[in-house]
Ligand binder design. Structure first.
Ligand code: NDP
Length: 445
């Protein structure tokens, strides 16, 4: 790492002790920025990096609620409003027991550059709570969401901060959160949350957008190397929102998705994942992935080894951070994987990414390849502002165009900096320079 960058990175380590995921996300971006700082000394003089690494505002709050047995339960809620230079704070909410400040800060930091790459006027933020919706009843989830919003609402607004979903926060949770916001404020302010239901301000394609967007991005990468998704074998980790729609779109484009997973294990289905059955098992029954294999003759469940040992040409990690490790990357390389694109945020460890890059695998970082979700959230905000709603085909066409542009922005920047095909470098530099220029333009605020 360049000495200027190392100085700021040391400062980040000192000021944010123990937040290992945040450190990892900062390092991943800084590792790309050396050439930019040499070209643009004003970024160093203006202390742009130190300013970007310090969130504009960090909110931590108590979330008290009462469970079905009448016991008082306490969780911790977070909203880290990172950067509003490009637009209102924008980024999802994650409800998962592993949530702590370091995870929210890594996600918020990534979000700044991802949102910048989309070309839409949105700043970066992330939030959530250490709450586990999987182990709560429907009524408990509702009470939790209401309590969470009772504190958070004062920090939100369509021009201020606009959350959406993430792990553990889907359409059901967004509904409860929006209902409580509306009740407290007495405003039907559609633009305050995205991922809403279609009858009350939601956008067509938002549900599908992250997964579809990943596959649109992969399609561009495949074309670049003279290959196609048609007939390709694909593995997708996870079986949540991102994974399900990545599987659906990959198969629509002629690929066969032979494996998917959840945190209990993975299934291999040589006939190709039956996406309707998967949706039923995961979204209607809210069951474990083993149930998919129980209902389909061609599928086998395993809770040993790793999904990444399955031979595929395209690997899409769509579950969670640091799920694809060095040994997984080695297995993929041994099986001659051609493309790895991150659907989740930071699913590949730094060691795994290094193995893939050294082996010449085409690799797309999440801040580029999974940006379709937040981009479509911004399209939802546009529809809300205009009190309009667009059709599926129109919105999907906009998503495709956005993913095409992100791809070209990353590929073009990598080429400009002498590293064609390096999507990590391209995404980090293209995302960063736009934010850095806006930081300088707005003075020391
Ligand atoms: P969901 O909660 O809908 O799904 C997450 C899935 O990942 C579940 O199937 C979960 O299984 C599985 N999972 C979690 N940990 C592991 C693990 N260690 N190994 C295998 N599977 C695991 O979340 P999303 O699909 O919304 O989000 C997935 C990722 O995509 C996250 O990193 C998120 O930040 C990112 N992302 C999401 C966007 C969105 O629009 N939703 C936008 C951009 C990025 P289980 O049920 O067992 O926990």
């Amino acid at each position: 790492m360049d000495t200027q960058l190392q100085k700021v990175y040391d400062q980040v380590l000192r000021r944010n002790p123990g937040e290992v995921e945040f450190h990892q996300a900062v390092k991943e971006v800084f590792d790309s920025l050396g050439p930019v700082l040499r070209k643009r000394p004003e970024y160093v003089e203006g202390a742009v990096l130190s300013r970007i690494c310090e969130p504009e505002r960090q909110i931590i709050f108590r979330v008290p609620w009462v469970d079905d047995a009448g016991r008082v339960r306490i969780n911790r809620g977070f909203r880290v409003e990172y950067s509003s230079v490009l637009g209102p704070y924008k980024g999802g909410l994650r409800f998962h027991p592993s949530v702590y400040l370091g995870i929210i800060k890594f996600l918020g930091f990534e979000q700044i550059f991802k949102n910048s790459l989309t070309g839409m006027p949105i700043g970066g933020a992330k939030g959530g709570a250490d709450f586990d919706p999987h182990s709560a009843s429907e009524a408990e989830v509702m009470r939790f969401c209401q309590s969470f919003m009772t504190e958070l609402y004062r920090h939100l607004g369509e021009h201020t901060d606009v959350p959406a979903g993430d792990i553990g926060v889907g359409g059901r949770e967004i509904g409860y959160l929006f209902g409580q916001y509306k009740r407290i404020t007495n405003r039907h302010e559609s633009g305050v949350l995205t991922g809403k239901g279609l009858t009350w301000g939601g956008s067509l394609v938002r549900t599908e957008a992250t997964g579809y967007g990943v596959v649109y991005f992969v399609n561009e990468m495949m074309q670049e190397i003279g290959r196609s998704l048609e007939g390709a074998r694909v593995a997708v980790s996870g079986s949540g929102n991102v994974a399900i729609y990545a599987i659906e779109k990959a198969q629509q484009l002629g690929a066969t998705v032979v494996a998917c997973s959840d945190s209990s294990g993975y299934v291999v289905d040589e006939r190709g994942i039956d996406v309707e059955l998967l949706k039923h098992v995961k979204e209607v029954e809210r069951e474990r992935i083993r149930c998919y294999a129980d209902r389909r003759d061609s599928a086998v469940f395993s809770d040993r080894g790793s999904i990444w040992q399955v031979p595929v040409e395209v690997a899409l990690p769509c579950a969670t951070q640091n799920e694809l490790r060095e040994e997984d990357a080695r297995a993929l390389v041994a099986n001659r994987v051609a493309v790895v694109a991150e659907g989740a945020n930071m699913p590949c460890t730094p060691a795994a990414t290094a193995v893939l890059q050294e082996a010449g695998v085409n690799f797309a970082p999440g801040k580029a390849s999974n940006a379709g979700g937040v981009a479509t959230s911004a399209l939802e905000m546009q529809q809300n502002a205009a009190r309009d709603s667009w059709g599926f085909a129109e919105t999907d066409a906009k998503l495709q165009e956005i993913m095409h542009d992100i791809h070209d922005r990353c590929a073009g920047t990598a080429e400009e900096y002498g590293q064609p095909g390096n999507y990590i470098l391209g995404a980090n530099i293209a995302g960063f320079t736009k934010v850095a220029d806006a930081v300088i333009a707005m003075g020391v605020v």
